[in-house]
Design a protein around this ligand. Structure first.
Ligand code: PMV
Length: 317
């Protein structure tokens, strides 16, 4: 049994985070500039069913059997075993690493799950599909986030720009132009689980108002899909700003996010908004291609700790 390497990209949400949890459509894009990587090598001298996880970035060196039942890595292995209908998985060592910053809205947990599940299936010779990988990774996402919409595991497993809506087939979006997007990290760690729980609490207290917000955010995502397909930068930027207004209203923005958005808009961006769970994390900024360097430097000198340049379209995503 040869060793294998499996990777998965990060992701960003262009439209519809949070409202997607309530069944509304959202748009997500893979970020191949950042990746999770899993290497699996056979361990022929280890006892049966021994899976040693090694993730030096987080000082983890533990066997499958030592992990608590709900540990996401254990859940990933259990989901694969259940799917393949096997009791024991071949003994192996699994090395995990990632360049995706954690807790920043770039899908770090889902990328690890997707890379791991793809690797585990591949290692035993199973020809997997994005759909199978996504479904299994969703079970792991539940351990990380409690009540995930499924958008992260889907966009990462398919590695395509998608319109995602719970319980509906995904729609792959083909951009009608090349869009230049900057993803700027505020340096403040977001917390998706907390953000989703807080929004749920407010929704429970005021369902009519929040349902209305979510409906509007879903409508923005649908309009945005058409603007991506027709290559309309100006209107897409305005839709990002409109989406951010609702994210503010539902209370998931943060001063560090607002500062970076102000800098972007005041310096000519078409639009900007937070991406992912919020309460920190990253923003996405739609820019004119020619201003990429200037805007990157401005964001870095205004507190962003990293800026990624993403070109959406032109067959790249
Ligand atoms: O923070 P992230 O990258 O995990 O994105 C979360 C997106 C939410 O809509 C807030 C939650 C979800 O499950 O869709």
């Amino acid at each position: 049994m040869p060793g294998i390497i499996s990777t998965a990209p990060g992701k960003t949400i262009l439209f519809g985070e949070h409202s997607v949890v309530y069944g509304k459509p959202a748009i997500a894009v893979p970020v191949n500039e950042k990746k999770a990587k899993v290497k699996i090598i056979p361990d022929i001298i280890a006892p049966k069913d021994s899976i040693q996880f090694i993730a030096s970035q987080i000082d983890l060196n533990q066997n499958y059997h030592q992990l608590e039942d709900h540990h996401p890595l254990k859940v990933a292995v259990d989901e694969v075993k259940k799917f393949l209908n096997i009791l024991n998985y071949p003994s192996c060592k699994i090395f995990l690493e990632t360049t995706i910053p954690i807790s920043s809205g770039l899908g770090s947990s889902a990328a690890i799950s997707v890379a791991l599940i793809k690797g585990l299936l591949n290692f035993v010779g199973f020809q997997s599909t994005p759909d199978i990988i996504s479904k299994l990774a969703f079970q792991v996402e539940i351990e990380f986030h409690g009540n995930p919409s499924g958008i992260d595991n889907t966009v990462i497993a398919f590695n395509k720009t998608i319109l995602f809506q719970k319980d509906r087939p995904i729609e792959i979006i083909t951009p009608g132009a090349t869009f230049s997007i900057l993803i700027a990290d505020s340096g403040i760690k977001g917390n998706t689980k907390t953000a989703v729980a807080e929004v749920r609490e407010k929704w429970t207290e005021n369902p009519a108002q929040y349902n209305n917000y979510f409906e509007e955010m879903g409508n923005i995502a649908i309009d945005a899909k058409a603007m991506i397909e027709s290559g309309n930068f100006q209107t897409l930027g305005k839709l990002m700003n409109a989406n951010q207004e609702y994210l503010r209203k539902i209370g998931v923005s943060h001063t560090s996010i607002e500062n970076l958005i102000d800098v972007a808009i005041q310096n000519g961006a078409y639009g900007a908004k937070l991406c992912g769970g919020g309460l920190g994390g990253n923003i996405v900024v739609l820019i004119n291609e020619n201003s990429a360097n200037r805007m990157t430097n401005l964001l870095l000198s205004s507190g962003a700790i990293e800026v990624i340049y993403l070109r959406l379209g032109a067959g790249e995503n």
